[in-house]
Design a protein around this ligand. Structure first.
Ligand SMILES: Cc1cc2nc3c(=O)[nH]c(=O)nc-3n(C[C@H](O)[C@H](O)[C@H](O)COP(=O)(O)OP(=O)(O)OC[C@H]3O[C@@H](n4cnc5c(N)ncnc54)[C@H](O)[C@@H]3O)c2cc1C
Length: 244
């Protein structure tokens, strides 16, 4: 059964930045709270349009960001790769109490726990955000969903929410395989190299029985779709969110 898509708010809703965490060398997590304290109605996987506004000089910049928080809380969080672009430069200089406007939620990349009992999540970098929202919902609502997740980062110090992921592994049916793609002096005992069909097969023998969610940059998503084809996973069961 398909659930109704939450109605996006047409008007921009006011939020304030309540916390900024320098999570990894390149990624900051922004926590924003609505002035009316009402939770946004969204399904994990969806994104919102965030608007930065300043009056002197008059600037308004809007970009899409996937929600990393659970739908059960009014506070939204976002894993933002600080690339020094137009919006991310403004966010670099923002502070607690600054206002941001939100419209949405949007997107067809949606996780419906009643439809997907067994899932395979494949995330690259900040592509973890929608998966994290899904994992939090699975935990909050005790949905019993069986999750195998592959999460790719370049270096061990780029893993977002490492402790929270560990904690979730002990609370829900989650097998999390983190892979590091580049060599460095940083200690690492986990998987190495890019995710491919061989790596997926090694850790997830029943991958064909799972609905697959992929999120990350364009090249990553292309490679992961190719891997799911090689594994003989039905296209209908593969959902992807591309940012590039
Ligand atoms: C559905 C959706 C969800 C998204 N979710 C997320 C998310 O959760 N987290 C996230 O971080 N992003 C996410 N994005 C990307 C986000 O919307 C922005 O595109 C991104 O934050 C860059 O915005 P900007 O204004 O800072 O860059 P812009 O100024 O718009 O620059 C655009 C592009 O130019 C290049 N560029 C510009 N300046 C530099 C620079 N100094 N160094 C390197 N490259 C540069 C980059 O390739 C960049 O992507 C999402 C996009 C979509 C479509």
């Amino acid at each position: 059964m398909l659930m109704a898509v939450p109605n996006p708010s047409i008007n921009k809703k006011e939020y304030i930045i309540t916390q900024i965490v320098h999570e990894t060398p390149d990624v900051d997590i922004f926590y924003i709270t609505p002035l009316d304290n009402q939770p946004l109605n969204f399904d994990p996987g969806m994104f919102v349009m965030l608007t930065y506004v300043s009056t002197e000089p008059k600037v308004e910049i809007t970009r899409a960001f996937s929600i990393g928080s659970s739908p059960t809380t009014p506070v939204l969080d976002f894993y933002i790769h600080m690339i020094h672009g137009q919006l991310t430069s403004k966010l670099e200089n923002s502070k607690i109490g600054d206002k941001l406007l939100v419209t949405g939620p949007y997107g067809q990349f949606r996780f419906i726990p009643s439809e997907d009992k067994k899932v395979l999540f494949i995330a690259g970098g900040t592509g973890l955000a929608p998966m994290m929202s899904m994992l939090k919902q699975i935990n909050d609502q005790s949905t019993g969903t069986d999750v195998v997740m592959f999460y790719s980062v370049r270096y061990p110090n780029e893993i977002i929410r490492k402790d929270e992921l560990k904690e979730l592994e002990s609370k829900i049916k989650l097998k999390n395989i983190i892979t590091v793609t580049r060599e460095s002096d940083l200690p690492w005992n986990g998987e190495r190299g890019r995710i491919n069909s061989e790596m997926i097969r090694k850790h997830c023998e029943d991958c064909r029985e799972r609905t697959v969610y992929i999120c990350g940059p364009l090249e990553f998503v292309k490679a992961m779709k190719q891997a799911t084809q090689e594994l003989g996973i039905n296209n209908v069961k593969v959902k992807a969110d591309v940012w590039g």
